[in-house]
Every structure is written in structure tokens, then in C-alpha cells.
Design a protein around this ligand. Structure first.
Ligand code: NZQ
Ligand code: ZN
Length: 385
């Protein structure tokens, strides 16, 4: 029997979308705020974004912290936290991709938490208050600009965990496709795959008769599939603006309302990043094909629906749909096994399994259908040479 749909949904992020939208940032910034401008390794200083920010911030009390790294760590963020507290900041403007925005969410919650911020990340303490965050997105992939999730690493313990709260949802997000112009191809391809897998995690489970959620997920997946096929047009505004909105919609929350979720590919992928520092999107293209081969029979109904409605190929067997997905990733130059990413040699799957089992035996996927042994089969299939 299918579950009855029920959910509580409050969209909280104001989205300013369009080419040139960054030019209107000034009127989104709250008057009188004491702003921390947070950014990454410096791409914004090479592509003209920083100059536009400085213009928008004129007349505000602001300072900046640069150097948030991809897969942001508590180690680096603790320095930003000290500056934020020391200078009495009360608003965080995050400018970058998912890493900077996630870092800002962590700071927003940690700033108002009495103890160690890692307690919030690992769920030992709930988020009960957070400073407001605004986002300027420069990389279309994660959807972090429009959701309440943050993914943070701790280098000292090789951990990478996600935590979420409605309090972490950015107050506004500027989505200006012009900011994507300087992204290297590698990041654009990572973004297509990350967004594609986000939609899959909320769609490729089992049917519950949720017509709107299915149709929305299929629209996002079809858009991303077409953008992948038209990857040679990636420098056009048409491609960039569709990509930016597709990635936002893939993880803004609406696709997953009231339906079963999977998220096993993400959970296993986070382990790969924690151990081998592999880009998030690339961990997903490594793990998901093996995961779908393991689960193809149980996901058969949705895989068939995806074949027909996303790939326009009715009548494909579940395994054939999995091969279409794998070919899509290969076509983008993405790795589909750990060895493709240059990690070779014995022991990778053992190492990953012990990282994943830190909190005890595993139960992943929709309804916990992947037991520890099934996860191990998936990990061996994608990690062993
Ligand atoms: O640091 P800078 O110099 O800015 O360079 C970045 C970084 O090196 C560069 N970049 C960003 N915008 C650019 C640019 N380079 C040139 N031109 C631009 N316009 O791209 C590199 C990667 O940036 P990063 O923010 O790390 O990438 P992404 O947006 O893919 O974020 C990945 C992080 O988000 C987490 C991932 O786990 C990972 O830590 N995720 C967050 C989610 C969420 N909050 O909802 C969900 C996702 O599933 C994901 O887990
Ligand atoms: Zn992701």
C-alpha cells in the first residue's frame, strides 16, 4: 500500500534570477547589517564578481573572509568564525558555489551556538538559532543557495557530514548565469551530474502515485539530459541559464515532498570525498551506476518510467536505463569507477567500508533497503580495480 502524501513546506529563499541580476544585489542587502563577505579560493577576484560586490556593499559596514576551500572544513571555518565573532558580524553574504554557501550556513549556526560547532554538524545538538545568510551563486550544482542543508568536513577525523535546518535556508539568492562564464568544463560537468543525481535520489525509488512530484523530477532530469547532450553549447547564455535553474530546482525541496528518498549514492560518495578528496559530483558518477545495477530490479518500475519519460525510450529493461545513465556520465568525461579518478591499488573498498561503518552496520536507501552486505557489494563494484 502506498503512503499518503503529507508535508509541511515553506519556501523561504527569495530568488533573483537572470543575466545581470548581480547588478541588483544592493537592494537585497538589509540596511544596517554588519556584513561578513565570505568567499572561496579567489575565483571571484579573477572574473569581475568581486568588483560588483564591492559596489553593492558601498555604504554598508562589511569585512571579508576568503579561503573557504572546496568541501569546506571546520578547521578553516573556525578561523572565519573567530573573525565573525571578533568583529560583531550579524549577516553573512556567501559568494561562490556550494562549498562557500555551506560554509556560511555552518558559520551562521555556529556563531549562535554555545559549544563546539561540530556538535551541530554531527547532530549531537540541534540548530536552534542562526544568523541570516544571503547567497550569490557562481557555480550551478548543489542547490545549496535555496535549501537548508550544509555539508561540512572535519579533516582531523576524515569525516564529511551533512546537517540541515530551515533556519539555515538563505534569505535570498542571486542566480546570475553570467557568473558561470568563467567555470572550467570540469566544474560544469560536475554540476550537471550532481543536479541529475539529486533529482534521481528523490525519484528513482518506487511509485507512490505522486503525479506532480514525478512530473517535476522528470522535467528537471530531461532538462539536464538535454544540457548534457548539448554540452558543446555550454558557453551560451541559453545553456547557462537553463543549467542554473535546473540545478536549483533539483534540490530546492519540491521534488522530494511527500515521496520516498534514496540518498545512498550521496552517503557513499561523501565517504569517497573524505578519504580521497574527490570532487563531489565525481563521487556520484563513480557510485551511482554500481548502486543502480545492485538495485535495478527493486527500482524497476521507476527506471522503466525514467526510460520512457526522460530518455524517450519506452520499453527499456531496468538495466538498459542504468546503462543510459552511465553513458551520459561517460559522455561528459566523468569517472564511472574509482580507478577512472586515478585511485588504484588494493584496499580502497575496505578503507571506504570502514569509514562508512563508523556508526555501526549500514542501512541505506529508500526504506533502508540496502543492508551492510549490499552496500559492500556496491562499494566493491565501483572501487576495486
Ligand atoms: O574557491 P573558488 O576560487 O571560488 O573556486 C571554486 C572551487 O575551486 C570554483 N568556482 C566556483 N565558481 C566559479 C569557480 N571557478 C571559476 N568561475 C566561477 N564562477 O569551483 C570549485 C568548486 O567549488 P565548490 O563550491 O566546491 O563546488 P560545488 O558547488 O560543487 O560545491 C560542492 C560542495 O557542496 C556540497 C558538496 O558535498 C561539496 O562539499 N553539497 C552541498 C549540498 C547542499 N548544501 O544542499 C548538496 C550537495 O549534494 C552537496 O553535497
Ligand atoms: Zn550532491
Amino acid at each position: 500500500m502506498f503512503p499518503v502524501l503529507s508535508f509541511d513546506y515553506q519556501p523561504a529563499t527569495r530568488i533573483r534570477f537572470g543575466a545581470g541580476a548581480l547588478g541588483g544585489l544592493a537592494d537585497l542587502l538589509p540596511a544596517g547589517a554588519r556584513i561578513l563577505l565570505l568567499y572561496g579560493g579567489g575565483s571571484i577576484k579573477r572574473n569581475g564578481v568581486y568588483e560588483q560586490l564591492v559596489g553593492a556593499l558601498a555604504g554598508h559596514d562589511w569585512n571579508e573572509f576568503g579561503g573557504v576551500e572546496p568541501n569546506p572544513s571546520v578547521e578553516v571555518l573556525s578561523r572565519a568564525l573567530a573573525q565573525l565573532r571578533g568583529t560583531g558580524r550579524d549577516f553573512i553574504l556567501a559568494v561562490g558555489g556550494g562549498s562557500v554557501i555551506d560554509g556560511a550556513k555552518y558559520l551562521a549556526a555556529a556563531a549562535l551556538h554555545g559549544g563546539d560547532g561540530w556538535e551541530l554538524v554531527c547532530g549531537r545538538q540541534p540548530v536552534v538559532a542562526a544568523l541570516p545568510v544571503g547567497a550569490v551563486l557562481t557555480l550551478a550544482a548543489t542547490g545549496s543557495e535555496g535549501n537548508g542543508t550544509s555539508v561540512i568536513s572535519r579533516l582531523s577525523s576524515e569525516d564529511k557530514l551533512s546537517f540541515r535546518s530551515p533556519l539555515l535556508q538563505p534569505r535570498f539568492a542571486v542566480l546570475d548565469p553570467d557568473t558561470l562564464s568563467t567555470l572550467p568544463d570540469r566544474q560544469l560537468a560536475n554540476g550537471v551530474v550532481d543536479a541529475f543525481v539529486h533529482a534521481c535520489e528523490q525519484y528513482l525509488t518506487y511509485p507512490v502515485g505522486a503525479l506532480v512530484q514525478d512530473g517535476s523530477a522528470e522535467a528537471v532530469l530531461r532538462a539536464l539530459y538535454r544540457l548534457a547532450l548539448r554540452f558543446d553549447e555550454r558557453r551560451s547564455l541559453d545553456w547557462r541559464q537553463n543549467m542554473m535553474w535546473a540545478a536549483n530546482q533539483a534540490l530546492s525541496g519540491t521534488l522530494g515532498l511527500g515521496v520516498p528518498h534514496d540518498w545512498a549514492t550521496h552517503r557513499i560518495g561523501r565517504g569517497l570525498t573524505a578519504l580521497y578528496n574527490i570532487d563531489h559530483g565525481r563521487t556520484l558518477s563513480i557510485v551511482q551506476p554500481a548502486l543502480l545495477r545492485e538495485t535495478a530490479e527493486r527500482k524497476a518500475a521507476k527506471l522503466g518510467q525514467m526510460g520512457e519519460r526522460v530518455f524517450d525510450a519506452p520499453g527499456l529493461a531496468p538495466g538498459q536505463v542504468v546503462e543510459r545513465i552511465t553513458a551520459l556520465y561517460r559522455g561528459l568525461g566523468m569517472p564511472v569507477r574509482l580507478a577512472d579518478e586515478g585511485v588504484v591499488g588494493a584496499g580502497a573498498s575496505d578503507r571506504l567500508m570502514s569509514q562508512l561503518r563508523r556508526d555501526g552496520p549500514l542501512r541505506l536507501g529508500e526504506g533502508g533497503m540496502l543492508d551492510d552486505a549490499a552496500v559492500e557489494r556496491i562499494v566493491r563494484a565501483c572501487c576495486d580495480d
